[in-house]
Design a protein around this ligand. Sequence first.
Ligand SMILES: Nc1ncnc2c1ncn2[C@@H]1O[C@H](COP(=O)(O)OP(=O)(O)OP(=O)(O)O)[C@@H](O)[C@H]1O
Ligand SMILES: [Mg+2]
Ligand SMILES: [Zn+2]
Length: 235
Amino acid sequence: MDLKSCPECGGTGFLVEESGGIQVAKPCPCRIPDRATRLVERASIPLRYRKTCTFGMYKPDPAFPSQEDALTLARRYAEEYPALPEVANGLLFIGPCGVGKTHLAVSILQEVVVRKGMPALFVDLNDLYREIRASYGHAGNEETEYDILSPLVSADLLLIDEMGCVASPWAQDTLHYLISQRYTEQRPTLCTTNYLDEPVAGETRLEDRIGTRTRSRLMEMCQTVHIDGKDYRRR
Ligand SMILES: Nc1ncnc2c1ncn2[C@@H]1O[C@H](COP(=O)(O)OP(=O)(O)OP(=O)(O)O)[C@@H](O)[C@H]1O
Ligand SMILES: [Mg+2]
Ligand SMILES: [Zn+2]
């Protein structure tokens, strides 16, 4: 509800109550976001994607039929969620820059969160690595690596964006921990990556970016969705 229109608190956002002879101010229920709003906030979807990434706004390029196929598949996934197959209950979007991998994956997340009212979580791997590195060397009450990773491990539905963006042994280990934990619990995971399994000569394979053990688990965890096309950002 709009604060100004709240008849309970008159728009102040607080209710003043008597308690043991003294007046105490309590937050008015109008300030407490509803469940849907909380779920959207908790999903950590960046604002730029929240506004633009919906199925309706994805316009497949007729010159690249894989885009229409990917849209159909992503739509069906969101419709069926959470009734998913036990094996390959996730999706791995593979393709070059700007073809709509993140767009479609976020569209699924938004459907699940907004329409179905179920929790889900977005994480950009670049940001995650940065956050973990920043947590090192801070003694005291700073978040530890474990604190940062555990919500991602336990999320009902997780979108890992930009898989393979960093290929250092440390980055691979961190990703492997996350993937293997979710693998063990058969938790559905959506992923996007620019790296192909069999790229043209001179480019790095996905397996070499994320590590053999992680790629192997993803084979079982995710159905692969190849999208090709031109970079939509340059159109
Ligand atoms: N077919 C499309 N119809 C409408 N918008 C699109 C389409 N494809 C991409 N976009 C838009 O173009 C931008 C880039 O798309 P997106 O972020 O999904 O690319 P990506 O495949 O994840 O690329 P990258 O590998 O660089 O992360 C986004 O703003 C997205 O909403
Ligand atoms: Mg992307
Ligand atoms: Zn109020």
